[in-house]
Design a protein around this ligand. Structure first.
Ligand SMILES: Nc1ncnc2c1ncn2[C@@H]1O[C@H](COP(=O)(O)OP(=O)(O)O)[C@@H](O)[C@H]1O
Ligand SMILES: [Mg+2]
Length: 225
């Protein structure tokens, strides 16, 4: 599903990622861990094609995303579900409208009520559909973000510190929601996080980075292994 081939990304003289290679199968849940500055966000931004590598290739379903033309980019990005720490919900729109808009942006018609309903049901927020984000707790807002990421049924979900501002119980709920997608829909999830508790409790594949390099890559692993 996802393949990094000898990827190097520099910012000035700093190598944010250096000669990074790994592969992720469809339906896998992978944690990208490591201390601050390890290169986690850079990896996520490369996958979104927000930035491009200085060396190496990134393949998604066998296609080099470096070959995407500017006009292909919006289409590519719409096919990837994104869950970041700063929720970026539209606060002037209801929960339902926030999710509907994601579907519209994905070019799939915002009036597909059935899918919006399913996505909200999936995150347990159907009864909050007509509220505005400000009327929700932080964890509920993040669940709206997940509903928004799921509604277009992406094959790949990218998350960067999605539990950053949440208490441990709510964080755990969010992760389990995403984990369920891999099992039920075969969605691939790549999640950058330095939340050790979450990583340790889920026991999924962990790719540990330090200084832009892979230090270890283990299945069913704990944070520091
Ligand atoms: N836009 C940028 N400009 C300059 N340096 C950057 C930029 N983005 C990241 N870096 C540097 O690249 C390294 C990796 O950063 P990042 O990928 O954000 O790490 P992490 O998400 O693991 O904390 C850090 O040394 C960071 O300072
Ligand atoms: Mg980061």
């Amino acid at each position: 599903m996802v393949k990094f081939q000898d990827v190097t990304k520099k910012f000035g003289s700093i190598s944010a990622l250096e000669d990074v290679s790994f592969e992720v199968e469809a339906g896998e849940f992978v944690f990208i861990t490591g201390p601050s500055g390890a290169g986690k966000t850079t990896l996520v931004r490369l996958l979104l094609r927000d930035i491009t590598p200085d060396k190496g290739k990134i393949l998604i379903e066998g296609k080099d995303i470096g070959g995407l033309k500017p006009r292909d980019l919006p289409y590519y990005r719409r096919k990837v579900g994104v869950v970041f720490q700063d929720f970026k919900l539209l606060f002037g729109r209801t929960v339902w409208e926030n999710v509907a808009l994601a579907l519209e942006v994905a070019g799939e018609g915002e009036n597909d009520g059935k899918r919006i309903k399913e996505a909200l049901d999936e995150v347990g927020l159907l009864d909050r559909a007509n509220l505005f984000p400000k009327q929700l707790a932080g964890g509920e807002q993040q669940r709206v973000v997940i509903a928004r990421a799921l509604v277009a049924r992406p094959k790949l979900i990218l998350a960067d510190e999605p539990t950053g501002n949440l208490d441990p119980a709510t964080a755990r709920q969010i992760i389990e929601l995403l984990d369920r997608q891999t099992k039920e829909d075969g969605t691939t999830v790549i999640m950058a996080t330095h939340n050790e508790n979450i990583v340790n409790s889920l026991k999924r594949r962990v790719i540990l980075f330090r200084g832009g390099k892979i230090i270890s890559d283990k299945k069913g692993a704990k944070y520091s292994e």
